[in-house]
Structures are given as structure tokens and as C-alpha cells.
Design a protein around this ligand. Structure first.
Ligand code: PFF
Length: 453
């Protein structure tokens, strides 16, 4: 593909906010708190941060390099550097992973919309058995979750078709600050509750007795998912970076923002949960079953505050999910638009419709059509497992090997130092990480998750 002028993000802030928008999502506000809850609080956070810095940042820089060098969709970007060798498969794998993640991510995003309306309409009131039943009845019904999934995908669609600057960058600049403000409001409300200090202590006082090999590996996997690494999202966004974007610095900024938001999410959830004596280790159902109860109980003396907090919380969750879903959608849209030479609008429509179909099957597999199972698990769980625990680690692993051992070092150095205009003092460390450290760490997570070690 010729080096024609490609559309770019309009500003440095746009680059940081759009990429941070991809990273900050359900992974931070839903997965991170429950993983922390299950793995000993602060000890998990320390390990998570170590993983972000030794594994996440080098992998992110690698995807930046491939994306900006390729200046095209992810499949083409890997293709250009691989000179037609089998390495190019990594790019196609990214697009496939993107479609699969869209399927179940859009379903959970749709649940967030239902909960916004549920809290606004005052339906999230009642005892814990009622809240439990509310979630089960809703998530296992046939039409409602599918309609919300499709609604969420179309919301994403309308942002995507406005293009990179007027759609993605505009939405990120608007939504990310709102997300941050909502988060701060709920953090303050949560930390002012009686006994909130117990939750804060849990979050910041490490209990190393709870650390096992699972904790370490869980932290690695979480860093991966949370930074959107391993499927070409970061690579696709980097194809819209300009030549003077400092890739290493941007990766550090985005990782810091992502980690900071995850810790704030912990500060939002743990103080409230501890103040009403709820253990925040209920796994994936934490935000749809445990939290509505926590909000009801914590603010029982002033129910209207509980009601507002619940509304703000699910709006926050939806915004976070939206900016991540935009990035997943963009990976697939850019691929179809450029590889099949269709207009961006048509390409986006194909992605939205395909995502709706995959999402519908994922949603139905949770109860309404329980025949939709593979290996005894609902399709929803299978997609989550196959993408999060197999395809993302594999994508990251091969990307490091590809860049570290196959692509000429000069290309890496040129991209890293912006063609010699930056000093690139840490280039040697970066190279060591992608050649040795990252592949070994990722291989360990991967093998552990498959039960091989
Ligand atoms: N990083 C997103 C989150 O934390 O929710 C999830 C995600 C988005 C994963 C995009 C992978 C991806 F390509």
C-alpha cells in the first residue's frame, strides 16, 4: 500500500486521551477491583504495577512502532514489516480477536445501559435476594439484553463513522474528563462513609501472605487486558499518530493514567463495600449484584444519595466501556475499509452488524438458549476465555518476538527515537525487554492459564 497521507489525530492530548480511552474500560472498573478483592488487596496492586511497567509498557511501545510504521490497519501493518512471511498472521489474529471481544464486551456494556435506566427508574431497590434476581432475570432473558447490546453498538457506530478526528478523538476528549469527574465524585462519597478507612487500608496495606503464583499470574493477565495489548488496538491507534509523537513517553503516560484510574476504581468500591461489611471478592457479579446492594445499604439514611450514586456509577461504567468499544470497533472497521476497499461507513456498518450477531449469540448463551455452549460452557464465557487468556497473550508474545528478533533493529530505533530527533536513552532496556523479559513472562502466564505449569 502506498504511503499516501493518512488521517492523524489532531493533537497530543487527543492521542493520549483516545489511547487511554481504549485502555480504561470495564477492565479497570469491574475486573481490577474484583481481582484485587480476591487476591489480597495492596499486594496484588504492587504486583500489577510491576507487570504494567516491565511488561505492559514495552509491549505498548512495540505496538506503537508497528502501527506508526505501517500507517495502515493492523493486518497491513504487520504485513509490511513481515515481508510476506508467516509473521503477518499476527495482524489477522488481531482482527479476529477484535470481533470476538466486541461480541461479549458489547453485551456487558449493554447491561450497563440497562442499569442506568434501572437505577433512574428506581428499579434497583429491594433486598439482596431481589437484586440478585433482578440481574439473573435480566441477563438471562431473550430480547432485552440483545436490544441493549445492539443499542450500545450503534452508539459506537455513530462515533466511528464520524472519523478519526471528529469521531474518536472528539468523543475521547469529551468522555474521558467526564469519566474522571464522575469517578472522583463517587470516590469522595465512598471515602466519606463510616468505616471507609477499612477499605482504604485493604487497598494500601499489602498482605503478602495472600500472594501465590496465581496472584502473580493474575496480575500479569490483568495488566495485559487493561492496557488493550495483544490484538492491534494500540497498533491501529498508532497508525494515526504523527511523526513527532514520542512513543515511549506516550506509553508511560497512558499506562500511568490507566493504573491511576484502576486504583481510583478500587477507592470507589472498597471503602463503600467495607463500610457495610460486604466482602468485595464476589468475582464477575461484583458490579451488577454486590454493588447495587452496597449503594443501597451504605446510603440507606439518605436514599436519594444512594440513588444518584448508583446512576452516576453505571453512567461511568458505560462511558468507560464506550471508549474501549470504540477502539475495538476501529480495529475491525479500519481493516474492512482498507483491505476490502469499502467506504468507511459501509465497513463500520458491517462491523456493527457482525458485532450485533456475535453479541446476540453470546447473550443468548447465558440462559435463554442454553444449548449455545462449547466444552460445557456458555459461548459468552468461551469468548472471554479464548480472547483474554489465549489470543491476547499469544498476540503479545508473537509481537515481542517479531519485533525483537525479526524486524531490523534500525526500524525500531528510528521509530523509538523519531528518526534520531530524540535521545532514546532507554532504547537498550526496551530492546532487552521485548527480546527476553516479555516473551518469557507472557509464556509463563500463557502456560499457567492453560494448566501446563
Ligand atoms: N482495555 C479494555 C479494558 O480495560 O476494559 C479492554 C480492551 C479494549 C481489551 C481493547 C483489548 C482491547 F483491544
Amino acid at each position: 500500500m502506498a504511503h499516501t497521507e493518512r488521517v492523524k489525530f489532531g493533537s497530543k492530548l487527543g492521542i493520549i486521551l483516545a489511547t487511554a480511552g481504549s485502555a480504561v474500560g470495564l477492565g479497570n472498573i469491574w475486573r481490577f477491583p474484583y481481582m484485587t478483592g480476591e487476591n489480597g488487596g495492596a499486594a496484588f496492586i504492587i504486583l500489577y504495577l510491576v507487570c504494567v511497567f516491565i511488561l505492559g509498557i514495552p509491549c505498548m511501545i512495540s505496538e506503537f512502532i508497528i502501527g506508526r510504521h505501517g500507517a495502515s490497519n493492523v493486518a497491513q501493518a504487520y504485513n509490511k514489516l513481515s515481508n510476506g512471511t508467516l509473521w503477518r498472521i499476527i495482524g489477522f489474529m488481531g482482527v479476529l480477536t477484535g470481533f470476538l471481544i466486541i461480541g461479549y464486551y458489547a453485551v456487558v456494556s449493554g447491561w450497563c445501559l440497562q442499569y442506568i435506566f434501572g437505577s433512574a427508574a428506581g428499579h434497583l431497590k429491594g433486598d439482596s435476594a431481589y437484586i440478585n434476581e433482578y440481574f439473573i432475570n435480566f441477563s438471562q432473558s431473550t430480547w432485552k439484553p440483545i436490544l441493549w447490546t445492539i443499542a450500545f453498538l450503534f452508539l459506537t457506530h455513530f462515533i466511528i463513522i464520524r472519523g478519526v478526528q471528529k469521531g474518536i478523538e472528539w468523543a475521547s476528549k469529551l468522555l474521558m474528563p467526564v469519566l474522571f469527574i464522575l469517578l472522583l465524585i463517587i470516590v469522595v462519597a465512598s471515602c466519606l462513609l463510616p468505616n471507609a478507612i477499612e477499605g482504604i487500608r485493604f487497598l494500601f496495606m499489602p498482605d503478602f501472605s495472600k500472594v501465590t503464583s496465581d496472584t502473580f499470574l493474575g496480575a500479569l493477565g490483568q495488566a495485559f487486558f487493561s492496557l488493550s495489548i495483544g490484538m492491534g488496538c494500540i497498533c491501529t491507534y498508532a497508525s494515526y499518530f504523527s511523526r513527532d509523537t514520542n512513543l515511549a513517553k506516550s506509553a508511560v503516560h497512558i499506562s500511568l493514567i490507566d493504573s491511576f484510574i484502576a486504583i481510583l476504581a478500587g477507592l470507589m468500591i472498597f471503602p463503600a463495600a467495607f463500610s457495610v461489611n460486604v466482602q468485595p471478592d464476589s468475582g464477575p457479579s461484583l458490579i451488577f449484584i454486590t454493588l447495587p446492594n452496597v449503594f443501597l445499604q451504605a446510603f440507606s439514611s439518605v436514599p436519594v444519595v444512594g440513588y444518584i450514586i448508583s446512576l452516576l456509577f453505571y453512567s461511568l461504567l458505560s462511558l468507560a466501556a464506550l471508549t474501549s468499544l470504540i477502539s475495538l470497533h476501529e480495529v475491525c472497521t479500519a481493516f474492512i475499509h482498507e483491505e476490502f476497499r469499502l467506504s468507511r461507513r459501509r465497513a463500520a456498518l458491517i462491523v456493527t452488524l457482525t458485532g450485533s450477531v456475535i453479541g446476540a449469540f453470546c447473550s443468548l448463551s447465558l440462559g435463554a438458549w442454553d444449548g449455545l455452549q462449547l466444552f460445557g460452557k456458555p459461548l459468552f464465557d468461551i469468548f472471554d476465555f479464548v480472547t483474554g487468556q489465549i489470543l491476547l497473550p499469544l498476540g503479545g508474545f508473537f509481537t515481542c518476538l517479531f519485533l525483537g528478533w525479526y524486524v531490523p533493529k534500525k526500524i525500531l530505533k528510528d521509530e523509538y527515537t523519531n528518526w534520531g530527533t530524540l535521545r532514546g536513552t532507554l532504547f537498550g532496556i526496551y530492546l532487552f525487554c521485548i527480546r527476553i523479559v516479555c516473551p518469557i513472562c507472557i509464556a509463563i502466564i500463557f502456560m499457567h492459564q492453560l494448566g501446563w505449569i
